[in-house]
Design a protein around this ligand. Structure first.
Ligand code: IPE
Ligand code: IPE
Ligand code: MG
Length: 248
C-alpha cells in the first residue's frame, strides 16, 4: 500500500492509546479477550504504516497501571497475551529494523512479561529503524511521582547537583530516551488521555478517531498524520500577520 503525500511535516513521535477492543468484541457477541486477540493484526499493520510514513518513534499503550482493576481473567489474559505477542513478533520486528523498548513499572507486572520485554529490547537494541515503545504497566502520574522520589534521593546522595530543570526531570521518566510526543492518537471514540504520557505530550497534537482498535489500520494512522500535517504548531509563539483591509 502506497503512503499518501501529506500536506506538511510527518510527526517524529507518534503515541497511540489502542482502545476499543472490548467493545469491538462484545458488539460481535464475543468476549472481551477476543477483542484483544484481534488487536494484534491492527498493531502490526500500524507499525508497518509508521515505518512507511517515516515516523521515527511509535509509542503504544498496551496495559495501564489502572488496568489491574479489570477481572482477574482479563488481567491474566492480557499478561499472557503481551508476552506471547512479543515472542511471536520479535523476529519479524527485528527484520524490519525496529528497536523495541519497554516503558513501564516493575511492581505487580508478571516477571515472565518483564523477561520477554527485556529479551526483545536486547535482541533489537542495535536496530536503527523505528523505535517502538510498548507501555506495559505504565501510568504517567505514578511515573512522575517515581521520578520525584528518585530526584529527592539523588539530591541527598549528591548524585544530582544544582537546581532541577525540565531537561534533568525528563531523564528521570520511563521514556527518558524518547523525544516529546508530536502526535497523540486515541482510537475508539473516547476523548481522554487516561494517564498516558502526560509530561511528554505537553505540546502534542491530539487526534481522536472513531474506529475501534481491532478495525484500526495504517490508513487510519495516515489519516491522523494528514490531520497533523495541516496543524499550525505554535508552542506559545505568535506571528503578526494582519490581513490587508479591502481597498488598501
Ligand atoms: C484497549 O481496549 C486495550 C486495553 C486497555 C488493554 P479495551 O479493553 O479498553 O476496550 P474497551 O475500551 O473496553 O472497548
Ligand atoms: C487506556 O485505555 C489504557 C490502554 C489502552 C492500555 P482504558 O480503556 O483502560 O481507559 P479508560 O478506562 O477508558 O479511561
Ligand atoms: Mg478501553
Amino acid at each position: 500500500m502506497k503512503v499518501p503525500k501529506f500536506d506538511g511535516a510527518v510527526p517524529q513521535h507518534v503515541a497511540i492509546v489502542m482502545d476499543g477492543n472490548g467493545r469491538w468484541a462484545n458488539a460481535r457477541g464475543l468476549t472481551r479477550v477476543e477483542g484483544h486477540r484481534a488487536g494484534e493484526a491492527a498493531l502490526m499493520d500500524v507499525i508497518e504504516g509508521a515505518i512507511q510514513a517515516g515516523v521515527k518513534y511509535l509509542t503504544v499503550f498496551a496495559f495501564s497501571t489502572e488496568n489491574w482493576k479489570r477481572s482477574p481473567d482479563e488481567v491474566k489474559f492480557l499478561m499472557n497475551y503481551n508476552r506471547e505477542v512479543l515472542r511471536r513478533r520479535r523476529d519479524e520486528l527485528d527484520g524490519w529494523n525496529v528497536r523495541i523498548k519497554w516503558a513501564g513499572r516493575r511492581p505487580k507486572l508478571w516477571p515472565t512479561v518483564i523477561d520477554e520485554l527485556l529479551i526483545a529490547e536486547k535482541q533489537t537494541a542495535k536496530n536503527k529503524g523505528l523505535t517502538f515503545t510498548m507501555c506495559v504497566n505504565y501510568g504517567s502520574r505514578i511515573e512522575i511521582v517515581d521520578a520525584i522520589n528518585q530526584i529527592v534521593e539523588d539530591s541527598k546522595s549528591g548524585k544530582l547537583n544544582g537546581a532541577l530543570t525540565e531537561k534533568k526531570m525528563q531523564k528521570y521518566l520511563l521514556t527518558k530516551d524518547l523525544p516529546d510526543v508530536d502526535l497523540f492518537i486515541r482510537s475508539s471514540g473516547e476523548t481522554r488521555i487516561s494517564n498516558f504520557l502526560l509530561w511528554q505530550s505537553a505540546y502534542a497534537e491530539f487526534v481522536f478517531l472513531d474506529v475501534l482498535w481491532p478495525d484500526f489500520s495504517r490508513k487510519d494512522l495516515w489519516a491522523a498524520i494528514q490531520q497533523y500535517s495541516k496543524r499550525n504548531r505554535r508552542f506559545g509563539g505568535a506571528v503578526d500577520k494582519p490581513k490587508k483591509a479591502k481597498g488598501n
